[in-house]
Ligand binder design. Structure first.
Ligand SMILES: NC(=O)C1=CN([C@@H]2O[C@H](COP(=O)(O)OP(=O)(O)OC[C@H]3O[C@@H](n4cnc5c(N)ncnc54)[C@H](O)[C@@H]3O)[C@@H](O)[C@H]2O)[C@@H](O)CC1
Ligand SMILES: [K+]
Length: 478
């Protein structure tokens, strides 16, 4: 599990009522358990802790090791402990009058001659080579004739890559939490993966933690967050316009709409920021496909379907396009029924409601617990990602399945699906398909919830549009 996935999971657990301090309690307990396995009661244990939550875990461990001779050494001043929960656990050691002291300088660090050293200097928060005093402390720990138990990851080792940019702790045992980390594969130590009470629901349900994947780099340039081409319109004009506007709201830098020339002016009138790329005629036809493919490769993601209609020539054109396309696309509305019949190298995120799913040949079920397996199976058959809309949205690529619970009955109004497709298109520029689908469903539903909380039912797709930025980047404690 990558560090970012862990952070997402953590925040999702908090959203589900299991705050991180509770996880820290379980982590510290799990480390104490391993210390008991490697040393008998009465043994000397030195805990070397950093100022982050990795250190916090070990402050908890100290409390659990009542039958041992424990000394805790904090590297740095207690006032600079970086999180409240780690500080609270440090203060608990002070109040209990345990042997817990801060060392300001590595020169003052006396590891002693313990039976066990618990390395809790740095965990997943480390970036780059160990700085002082941690670097010298790591050398002291490595020189000590003791069994070394590392908390989460040996300090100095990057949990994602296994690389050490400088000196790192040589651990005999590593106690990591919830799931193993890729970087521990090459570490020559016994690894224990401890369950720390993260509910399975934190992994299944899309919650505010998933939004952590969207961190926007302040240094970014126009184009970094993606260029989206909406292919839609003809019989309908509102649908492509809504999808284009919502792609902007979800952070796309540039949005262009390819639609029949007959409706281009009308689509443009919804939003002056949209760049029109119209093709001749009144609806999409096979002879437009080459031109569309040329346009498509200039974009990160194509959103195919909003308002295209289902005329014969149109569906044929969708099929021909998808057969020749090898980029990323969101497929929505009438275009969906073509997907099972095409052989394509494209990466597709398909966004059917349950009626459209059935038209594609997929099965549905009233109970989301049953539906979730059916959707996963069908996604696997298709070889594409599905976001099946419902009271509970199910997102799956056959391997990873997520369920979104935001949204409300007011959202059955027309146009909300077009908004979702546009958001998914913008997110698919920077996220993998399951994450893009999951976050899009969450944001769309949450936008609907925000509107209804504010004004009651009677929302329109345009209201939803305006609430998308808050749903994605606003205050997330709701
Ligand atoms: N689900 C989870 O993710 C849980 C994580 N927990 C613990 O939390 C840890 C992560 O905590 P944090 O995010 O607070 O991070 P860390 O405790 O790993 O480190 C943060 C501190 O290290 C400093 N630092 C960063 N790079 C450094 C370097 N190269 N040299 C010296 N200092 C450096 C930072 O300034 C910061 O003060 C995990 O490893 C794990 O032990 C547990 O508390 C419970 C649950
Ligand atoms: K550590």
């Amino acid at each position: 599990m990558l560090i970012q996935d862990q952070a997402v999971l953590d925040e999702n657990a908090a959203a589900l009522g299991v705050p991180r301090k509770q996880l820290m309690e379980s982590s510290g307990n799990a480390v104490a358990q391993v210390v008991r396995e490697v040393a008998d009661p009465g043994s000397d244990v030195t805990i070397v802790a950093g100022r982050g939550n990795n250190g916090g875990d070990a402050f908890v461990t100290a409390r659990f090791l009542t039958d041992y001779d424990v000394r805790v050494r904090l590297l740095g001043r207690p006032e600079t402990i970086t999180t409240d929960i780690a500080r609270e656990n440090w203060e608990a050691l002070q109040r209990a009058e345990l042997d817990a002291q801060a060392v300001r300088d590595s020169a003052d660090l006396d590891v002693g001659a313990p039976d066990v050293v618990v390395d809790a200097m740095l965990g997943t928060g480390v970036t780059g080579a160990l700085r002082e005093p941690a670097a010298t402390a790591a050398e002291r720990i490595n020189d000590a004739d003791a069994t070394v138990v590392a908390v989460d990851v040996p300090s100095g080792v990057n949990a994602d890559t296994g690389e050490a940019a400088g000196v790192a702790v040589n651990a005999d045992h590593v106690v990591t939490f919830h799931e193993t980390k890729p970087g521990l594969q090459d570490v020559d130590a016994e690894v224990t993966v401890a369950d720390i009470g993260i509910p399975a629901a934190a992994e299944l349900f899309v919650e505010r933690g998933d939004l952590l994947r969207l961190s926007r780099d302040p240094q970014s340039h126009k184009g970094d967050h993606g260029e989206v081409l909406i292919v839609g319109g003809g019989p309908y004009t509102g649908a492509p316009a809504l999808a284009a506007q919502s792609a902007f709201r979800a952070g796309a830098d540039l949005v262009r709409v390819a639609c029949p020339a007959s409706v281009a002016r009308e689509v443009q009138s919804f939003e002056e920021g949209i760049i029109m790329r119209s093709f001749a005629g009144e609806m999409l036809q096979p002879h437009h496909v080459d031109q569309l493919l040329d346009r498509a490769v200039e974009h990160d993601v194509v959103v195919f379907g909003p308002g295209l209609g289902n005329a014969n020539g149109t569906l044929e054109a969708v099929g021909e396009f998808l057969e020749a396309f090898d980029g990323r696309a969101v497929v929505d509305a009438d275009a969906l029924q073509v997907v099972p019949d095409v052989d394509t190298d494209a990466t597709l995120l398909c966004t059917p409601h349950q009626g459209e799913l059935q038209k594609m040949g997929g099965e549905t079920h009233e109970d989301w617990r049953e539906r979730d397996d059916l959707v996963a199976g069908f996604a696997d058959d298709l070889g594409h990602t599905l976001l099946v809309k419902g009271a509970y949205d199910v997102i799956s690529d056959g391997e990873t399945t997520r369920v979104n619970r935001t949204g409300n009955p007011g959202m059955t109004v027309g146009g909300t699906g077009d908004v979702l497709a546009g958001v998914a298109g913008a997110l698919l520029c920077t996220q993998d398909p399951v994450d893009a689908g999951a976050i899009a469903a969450y944001a769309n539903g949450r936008a609907g919830d925000l509107v209804v909380e504010d004004r009651g039912f009677g929302l329109t797709a345009a209201d939803l549009l305006n609430a998308i930025p808050t749903a994605l980047w606003g205050d997330s404690d709701g």
